[in-house]
Design a protein. Sequence first.
Length: 293
Amino acid sequence: MHKTFTGLLILLGLGLGSPAWAQSTAPSFEAPLPFSNAPTTIAAYSFHYSTPDDFYLQTLRDRYGLEAVAATESTTLGKVKALSLWVHNRLVHDGRIASTKTDPMEILDDALVGKSVQCIEFGRVMAAVLTAMGMPARPLFLKAADADKRGSAGGHVLTEVWLEEFQKWAVVDSQWDVLPTLNGTPVSAVELQHALANKTAGLTGETSTDAKIKFYYRWLQPYLYYFDTPLDNRYGVRTGNASLMLMPIGAKKLTMFHRTTKLSGMRYTTSTAVFYPNPLETHQAQEHLKSID
């Protein structure tokens, strides 16, 4: 039976009937986007993550020698950087070619025979690699404010990882091989949006390649508006298609992507407390509840 890290989602911030939700003027991506962060204990949804001892992740780790990849680094950030570089070098990006594969090992196997991928495959593979190495991670889908009206180039996919050492979620983009940091501390996607909008001093990025950090941020900033991720990020088991989207207060619910793609199974929140739970802390609470039952 598969163990899971379970992060509780909460009702506060879903607020579909609140006045702020109905505002006609949406916030601009060039300003810090407004979100709710009020805490609550009422459970609404659950995030699920595989643990490193799951058979699928053991196989991934052993097949591709991931422990050896990270072994040369002594710090958490060092290990994330090493794994990001590994994924960056394993996959070849081609935005014109859509892969039909969603399984990270199948994507990696295809890469061995020369098949190219889009950003979504980088996000999925990086999430699996990090989770296999004991760091719960998830692909993060970024969407521009007008992603429903664009015919293409409406978004980007990268990865967010829970870093226990920092007690926070952090962005890593293995396609570009960039780990954003603010004064040496890794940042979440929302924190990155605020830092870029505020032109905060100390914002930079870690990379092991020749990635141009300033150019990357200029390119990425318009996509930092809507943020969504799957609720079930387990591997080797059947999962549903439900996802959670974090949207700014005052923005419309995004229900379409690239004019014709319906965002089915999407839940919506304006609360960062809902979107960014501690997966390890809530896993312990869930295990306690199971023992009582």
